[in-house]
Design a protein around this ligand. Sequence first.
Ligand code: SF4
Length: 184
Amino acid sequence: MATTATHGKSAYKPADVSPQRRVRSRYTVRLWAARHARFLERVYTLLADVFLKLHPLWQAVGYRRAERPVKAVEKVVKGFLFDCRMCGQCILSSTGMSCPMNCPKQLRNGPCGGVRADGNCEVEPDMPCVWVQAWQGSRQMAGGEAINVVQKPVDQSLRETSAWLRVTAQAAAEREAARADQAP
Ligand code: SF4
């Protein structure tokens, strides 16, 4: 039987939303997080300190073994607060606590040219643009100027890994290197 490849429109179109939106239809908490970016920045700073203090524990257990339980907690907490997509390279501190992976185009360096006059997304007209939220959130934060730093493309090999643990391991390594430099 001869078949004809047709890649045009089909009679069935599931929904006029992006894949991100399909897995999360509400974003109330995410908007709250951007509105309380300063508070969450303080919480994150405290959490990062605690994680760094626990570095000997992570080392004793093994970072690799700690990955699974820590990632599970991170996924639940950040999923609830930010609709986190577990990109593994968290830049919330640079984006006003608005996760850029919720942008239907997953832009990590500012909005596209299609933001609507009301500040909503061009792909999903009823959704506030994550980058408009990011800018407003960043204006409240002590480290808000970090929004101007150009972000690298997402390293796909880090998806579904714990950003918390990686940042901790990196901070511990930097601390040890600084100590080694200071040693007589
Ligand atoms: S930037 Fe990545 S790790 Fe951070 S909240 Fe968004 S998806 Fe999650």
